[in-house]
Design a protein around this ligand. Structure first.
Ligand SMILES: CC(C)(COP(=O)(O)OP(=O)(O)OC[C@H]1O[C@@H](n2cnc3c(N)ncnc32)[C@H](O)[C@@H]1OP(=O)(O)O)[C@@H](O)C(=O)NCCC(=O)NCCS
Length: 200
């Protein structure tokens, strides 16, 4: 992951987020030009049912609200995930997990599933969280019925901490959610392991 010098500063953002570039993806702050595409991608029950706060159906007004409220609070770092310049999903951090901790969340438009994009985007946001933002711990959750999301978290070294009932807006109910945690020390260890080579 490289951190671009180019800082995305849409007028609505009170707090800047950098542009994160990976091998295939660019992650940047949401802006008004994304509203139509975000509404089209997010208007999918499979996305809403697996995230805590996304409504279904998902309207243009919902996308407008999302863009207007992104990156306005302390602890929030919200990115649109772009492939070849076009939005394909969202990934970000927010201060709303257990103990008011930093919670990682993400979703991709369904036509982009199964190509490793979520893992690539999440790893970039994790590097940003422990690198530039100097967070100590990240939290995340995946419904127990969502093995793809669980796998993304496992591939990013998150550790399972238990199951908790969580309110899911789109189903107007609570559902069991596997909870995960990633500590800075484990992330640092994995990063340094990558630089060690066996010589025999
Ligand atoms: C979860 C989600 C982000 C995954 O995106 P993605 O780009 O397909 O994820 P990746 O390709 O990086 O990784 C998915 C992994 O899950 C695995 N997987 C997918 N479906 C699976 C299933 N039914 N059972 C077990 N593993 C599964 C894939 O094989 C892959 O693992 P691998 O690389 O070891 O083969 C996407 O499905 C999504 O947006 N879902 C709806 C919203 C959501 O669930 N958001 C997360 C909220 S916690």
């Amino acid at each position: 992951m490289t951190l671009s010098e180019d800082i995305c500063t849409p007028a609505h953002c009170e707090r800047k987020v950098p542009v994160l570039a990976t091998e295939r993806l660019v992650l940047r702050a949401p802006c008004a030009l994304d509203i139509g595409e975000i509404a089209a991608l997010a208007n999918d029950r499979r996305i809403a049912a697996n995230t805590a706060r996304i409504p279904h159906p998902y309207s243009i007004a919902d996308a407008e609200h999302f863009v207007a409220s992104a990156n306005r609070h302390d602890g929030q770092a919200c990115f649109v995930i772009c492939l070849d310049g076009a939005p394909i999903g969202v990934c970000g951090l927010d201060r709303r997990g257990d103990d008011n901790g930093i919670e990682l969340g993400y979703w991709l438009g369904a036509s982009y599933w199964g190509r490793g994009f979520a893992t690539e985007a999440v790893r970039a946001v994790i590097d940003h969280a422990f690198g530039e933002l100097a967070h100590q711990t990240l939290q995340a959750g995946a419904r127990v019925s969502n093995p793809a999301s669980r796998r993304v978290l496992e591939k990013c070294a998150f550790q399972w901490t238990g199951v908790r009932l969580t309110r899911i807006r789109a189903i107007n109910s609570a559902a069991p959610v596997d909870r995960f945690r990633l500590d800075r020390g484990l992330w640092q260890s994995l990063k340094s392991w990558g630089r060690v080579r066996r010589v025999a």
